[in-house]
Design a protein around this ligand. Sequence first.
Ligand code: SAM
Length: 362
Amino acid sequence: MGKTVIALQPARGALAPPAAAARAQGAALPVDTRGRTLRDLRISVTDRCNFRCTYCMPKDVFGDDHAFLPHAEILTFEEIVRIARIFHALGTEKIRLTGGEPLLRRGIETLVAMLREAVPGVDLTLTTNGSALKARARALREAGLDRITVSLDSLDDTTFRAMNDVDFPVARVLEAIDAAEAAGLAPVKVNMVVKRGVNDHQVVDMARHFRGSGRIVRFIEFMDVGSTNGWRMDDVIPSAEIVRRISAHFPLVPLEPQYGGEVAQRWRYADGAGEIGVISSVTRAFCSSCTRARLSTDGQLYTCLFAQQGYDLKRMLRDGSADERIEGAIAAIWEARADRYSEIRTAATAKERKVEMSFIGG
Ligand code: SAM
């Protein structure tokens, strides 16, 4: 994975007490050096995936001999819940379970139920490739999941099978989306990563298919996450072009963000057939409003999707540190945060060794 992890030194103690004690006395929630709060947490529950999407986990890197994390390194459900509770105390309102493929984590419904009970007010969502969702959507909903995002890069079966590189058919993902909706996990969002010359010919078809269905397609610019997907700027279709292409067939009108820090720019169809989102991390960076922290499968905290370094929270979870100390450490990390990778991206930074998306959580 090539990740570097900054080991926190809880024994030094300097990070913990002031922030936690101040908050216990009603002090403000942590804000980073650019005024951003800690509103969202993405938790990667497994680094494994059954797809080998060419832009995310290419087979030549993530082959049969790839060493995924050993069981002992992966956070337990109890550890994840404890961390979630601490983040909630620090202002986190939204938690997304992701991976790897989160439905590969055995008993994920149990984790959802545990989170629901521990942090009842949090908006609890999950991102999945949909391959195992059809049979499990109802159980996830009953466990307390609020909403779901399903990734689907093409409606054209040949294109989709080539992109997931495990010959998985479109039809089964569409069935999973139906099942999620029937289970009450609505509105379902559908993520499409757009890569020039690979699936960009499918953008308008995707819009046409989902218009009027209540499902919200989010067109995502191909990003230089990790260092194994061979990213080149030439492969990126700018969101503005995506909006132009769709608008030529189905006119779009911009919508106001629903809240500060919203990742997708939202557009509605002028004829009332619903909305789409575009996620423009490359051509229109949204670092200035990024309120997201990420917890990797093995308990490292990352404050940017494009980070090269994480902070070892697992060690604190396992060395007897009290919640207040962990809370103080997270607050201190957040208050020192200055990340703005997408604003300063160049061809050179794109080649830097960054943590893989399957590990840090998409
Ligand atoms: N396995 C789940 C899935 O397929 O949705 C969750 C993990 S996946 C890493 C989360 C999201 O990240 C997916 O929608 C995926 O398409 C997107 N993604 C992965 N690599 C990407 C890249 N290089 N650029 C843009 N989006 C990417």
